[in-house]
Design a protein around this ligand. Structure first.
Ligand code: NAI
Ligand code: MG
Length: 364
């Protein structure tokens, strides 16, 4: 089998983290005959410096042709004043749009060794493993009208519009139910049907999708505000949470903080299955940004990027055993007390980005 991967390291600590994933890919190709075919591209500020665009047409074509894209991070003060449509983030937005990545997956996993470092009581988060599935291409962030109108009496009116069509809710619900089947088989759908028409429709479509195609999965509904509270009170009650763009943005940031550092958090963004092959376009990236404050110092925690690669193995290549092995390798390294400085507490000694990557390859 050929497995085509496009690497887009980007800016700041993006390339440093990607180097560590590269070690794992090389190991898997050499020792496990994994057959990854690697292409590299340039994105973000690096692409702007090279050719004045946040991503070139050539690299966009590579992304469209790849089985999966691994994305580092983009941006930094160096590009704060470049024109808006070629700013570093434009590269990521273009990828999301052209690849139609409508499903954003954000796991919140609490490694036992880090439970003490959570902002919650250790027993609330120890062993936590939940997955937030956020709709990424619709809702209030995109709905029209979207404007500020001058009302002429010294008042202005800001307008955003929440719109969801049946097909958008159906396809995101489908992703959530399918993922749940390979987990603990439970989906909680969150909206605010008590005050929003789009929430009423969301609830109805998720319920119908469940009845028609996924009745083997357990389904619960929760109002999104109550869901936020439950997420902090007793997060282990959840398996998969499916919600809209806005609520998903906030709930996934809340869930992230249950588990500790930004340097630990992976994500995946999936598109619709291809009509012929059934394969989904997909992009995997850490939640963190380019961290200009620590870039170039060998201090970045590569785990978020490496865990994003584990998601890639699972969701794009069906390499579940290898993904589990990689997650276990991360857990073992943490159990052994190996820490980059962002996750070190007290007087623990810390390792560099490269040493963390080496240890994970060794444990893999
Ligand atoms: P950031 O995530 O880059 O950094 C926030 C803080 O967390 C910093 O103190 C940083 O040192 C630390 N941090 C982040 N990742 C870490 C890691 N792997 N290991 C250790 N420490 C880590 O967010 P910030 O500072 O708001 O943004 C910096 C730049 O990144 C901006 O230009 C922003 O636009 C861009 N950005 C890009 C994203 C992307 O490419 N998807 C996402 C978020 C921000
Ligand atoms: Mg956010």
């Amino acid at each position: 089998t050929s497995r085509k991967l496009l690497l887009l390291p980007g800016d700041g600590i993006g390339p440093e983290a990607m180097t560590e994933v590269r070690k794992l890919i090389d190991f898997m190709n050499n020792e496990l005959q994994a057959g990854f075919e690697i292409e590299e591209g340039v994105v973000g500020g690096a692409a702007y410096d090279a050719h004045g665009q946040a991503i070139s047409e050539e690299d966009m074509a590579k992304a469209m042709a790849a089985d999966a894209v691994l994305f580092g991070a983009v941006g930094g003060p160096k590009w704060d004043s470049v024109p808006y449509d070629v700013r570093p983030e434009a590269g990521l937005l273009r990828l999301r749009k052209d690849m139609e990545l409508f499903a954003n997956l954000r796991p919140a996993i609490c490694y036992p060794a880090l439970a003490e470092a959570s902002s919650l009581k250790p027993d609330v988060v120890e062993g936590l493993d939940i997955l937030i599935v956020r709709e990424l291409t619709g809702g209030v962030y995109f709905g029209e009208p979207k404007e500020i109108i001058d009302l002429g009496n010294g008042q202005k009116r800001g307008i955003d519009t929440q719109i969801y069509d049946t097909y958008e809710i159906e396809r995101i619900a489908g992703v959530a139910f399918e993922l749940a089947r390979n987990r603990r088989n439970k989906v909680t759908s969150m909206e605010k049907r008590n005050v929003m028409k789009s929430g009423v429709l969301w609830n109805e479509v998720v319920t119908n999708t469940h009845k028609e195609r996924y009745s083997d999965v357990e389904l619960d509904h929760m109002l999104a505000d109550a869901g936020g509270m439950q997420l902090v009170r007793w997060p282990k009650q959840f398996d998969v949470i499916v919600t809209d763009n806005l609520f998903g943005d906030m709930l996934s940031d809340v869930a992230a903080m249950l588990t500790g550092s930004l340097g630990m958090l992976p994500s995946a963004s999936l598109g619709a299955p291809d009509g012929k092959t059934g394969k989904r376009k997909a992009l995997y990236e850490p939640v963190h940004g380019s961290a200009p404050d620590i870039a170039g110092k060998g201090m970045a925690n590569p785990i978020a990027m490496i865990a994003s690669f584990a998601m890639c193995l699972k969701y794009s290549f069906d390499m579940v055993t290898e993904a589990d092995r990689l997650e276990a390798a991360i857990a073992n390294v943490l159990d052994r007390g190996i820490r980059t400085s962002d996750i070190a507490s007290g007087d623990m000694t810390t390792v560099s980005t490269g040493q963390m990557g080496d240890e994970i390859v060794k444990e893999f």
